[in-house]
Design a protein around this ligand. Sequence first.
Ligand SMILES: NC(=O)c1ccc[n+]([C@@H]2O[C@H](COP(=O)([O-])OP(=O)(O)OC[C@H]3O[C@@H](n4cnc5c(N)ncnc54)[C@H](OP(=O)(O)O)[C@@H]3O)[C@@H](O)[C@H]2O)c1
Length: 324
Amino acid sequence: MALKTIRWGIIGAGKIAKKFAQDLNTIPDAQLYAIASRDITRAKKFASDFSALKSYGSYEELALDNNIDAVYIATPHSFHKAHSILCLEHKIPVLCEKPFAMNLSEVEEMISIAKSNNILLMEAMWTAFLPHFQYTLDLLNKKHFGEIVKLEADFGFFTPYNTQSRLFNKSVGGGSLLDIGIYPIFVALSSLGVPNTIEAKAEQFPNGADSECDMIFHYDNAKANLKSTLTEETKTEATFHCEHGTIKINGRFHQPSSVTLTDNKGNSEIKTFDYKTIGYSHEIEHFNQLIRTNKTVSDIMTFEKSRTLISTIDRVREKISLKY
Ligand SMILES: NC(=O)c1ccc[n+]([C@@H]2O[C@H](COP(=O)([O-])OP(=O)(O)OC[C@H]3O[C@@H](n4cnc5c(N)ncnc54)[C@H](OP(=O)(O)O)[C@@H]3O)[C@@H](O)[C@H]2O)c1
């Protein structure tokens, strides 16, 4: 039997919206139905480039369209809460980009509004849905090489400092921690859980946004060395040093990648995965399935995971005195 086509709307016609639209267009039972931009010309161009049926010159107009089954929020971090709530209050299921919001209290507000409207809400932490990442967590859960002793995970790239770009604009949540530090933190939480204590230090750009952040998460019998930086290219790998070998998610670990297993005798194998899209299709298909089965929460990217993720980021921010 043919599946119901899920008609998607996108809020914000920026960089990630384009990648998302590209992957959405590979899914047969989903459709890019509408795009909303603050600028109608940009919305029309996006609609033409990615075959959307409707273009809107404001986010509010999109939220009023009753034909939309799901909306993807692709605006800068500081707007995630307001734009998610706008759609939830119009009874539209929301897939909102990471970080879910600026801090735990904003995330709690979004969750509470989703619950009171009985509408699906999920953080678009796409890594959680990627088969190589799920395979790695499965190996770790099965204690393939025994217990984890140490995790090392980094995410770094270089882009010239530019206060016009949202990446560096502190007033919209710019800086390395919220943008890319969230990924190594997510790896640590997914494998080792919530740390007992956190050490962190950061460097700042002239406007106070963090340019890099080094973190150590301490656990009972393990530690995680994590790093994010906007000032240098790093390998962007996640390596689990276990009792009897290492499991390394090769760079870039947060996107479609491969996994190298090496035992303590030096025997090594590489596990590859047959990715056919940029990688966003996995979270989209999961979200479509949640809609089709009338779910209001994800069993993979749960509210609890989103809460733990943002509250851990809040703890790191406290250590590095980063306030928005
Ligand atoms: N999952 C991933 O792999 C991934 C990758 C990159 C980014 N992200 C996340 O996606 C979000 C957007 O990132 P991006 O790289 O796509 O950013 P971007 O290229 O700057 O696009 C953001 C869009 O948001 C809209 N917007 C609304 N108010 C804005 C404001 N005051 N300033 C700037 N833009 C505003 C703009 O769209 P209109 O003008 O068209 O309305 C803009 O094009 C961020 O939260 C980021 O963390 C996720």
